[in-house]
Design a binder for this molecule. Structure first.
Ligand code: SF4
Length: 261
């Protein structure tokens, strides 16, 4: 390697370290904690603990799909808007999650967002407010978004299931299968340049892969021609801050792809 290449390599490394330091400041304490045995943070009553436990489990057995009385369209009408899809969702009783909810958490953000973030489902804070990612994990997601130069209102955020599963558990297969067409239609309506799939549930919904977020993250896949970056759910980062470095690598790739236009 020539001296010039050497200097350019060092300059690039310095820029990367500086950007990493900014990211560490953005997402708060614990980011640089590198030990695999970093202490867990209990986030009871939110989607946080559920997603984190799910990612730790990695693999789940498929559940039988139950019959339901209301139909669900698996693809939307051409040109349908987010409002059209919300109207079709209505006061939904299509799956067994509906009796336990306070609010349907449909999704929110820029209807023309370049990046879209797909999560698992509402936790207690989201169920109470009717908004996605407003608890501790949501605050961390906000800081991750800000670390790549965007604001929460620049992106669109929605979950695979729109109603809170009881007992803070992961959505079961029949629930995800019934609700996920709405997320898919939201994606088509927003037409983002990139989707960031937060954890195993949206990865399974969008890509058909079951579990294995650790192996899948850091690589782009596709959902209907749209690049998808799987990464850890923010709730998992609350339990294991050492994984924040991996998320940094993933969102750097997302930013680079967005910057390409
Ligand atoms: S989770 Fe989705 S399909 Fe199930 S009741 Fe709620 S909105 Fe309907």
């Amino acid at each position: 390697m020539s001296d010039v290449e050497d200097r350019e390599g060092l300059a690039e490394l310095a820029r990367d370290v500086a950007a990493y330091a900014r990211y560490a400041r953005e997402i708060g304490d614990g980011y640089v904690s590198a030990g695999p045995t970093a202490p867990s943070v209990r986030v009871s009553g939110t989607s946080a603990s559920r997603a984190a436990v799910q990612e730790e489990q990695e693999e789940r057995e498929p559940m039988p799909v139950k019959k339901v009385s209301e139909p669900v369209r698996t693809s939307g009408a051409a040109g349908e808007s987010l409002e059209d899809i919300r109207a079709d969702l209505g006061d939904c009783t299509r799956c067994k999650l509906h009796p336990g909810r306070t609010n349907i958490v449909y999704g929110e953000g820029n209807p023309n967002a370049s990046p879209m973030f797909a999560g698992e489902g509402p936790g207690a804070d989201e169920d109470a407010s009717g908004r996605p990612f407003v608890g501790a994990a949501g605050q961390l997601l906000d800081r991750i978004i800000e670390s790549i130069g965007l604001r929460r209102e620049d992106v669109y955020i929605a979950n695979v299931v729109k109603c809170r599963p009881p007992g803070n558990r992961a959505p079961e297969k029949d629930e995800s299968s019934m609700c996920e067409p709405f997320l898919h239609r939201q994606i088509i309506a927003v037409a983002p340049k990139i989707i960031v799939a937060l954890g195993n549930t949206p990865v399974q919904s969008l890509l058909g892969f079951k579990g294995g977020i650790t192996k899948l993250r850091g690589h782009f896949f596709e959902f209907r021609g749209i690049p998808v970056m799987p990464t850890f759910h923010p709730a998992y980062l609350l339990r294991d801050p050492s994984k924040k470095r991996d998320v940094w690598e993933d969102v750097k790739m997302v930013k680079a792809r967005l910057d390409q236009g």
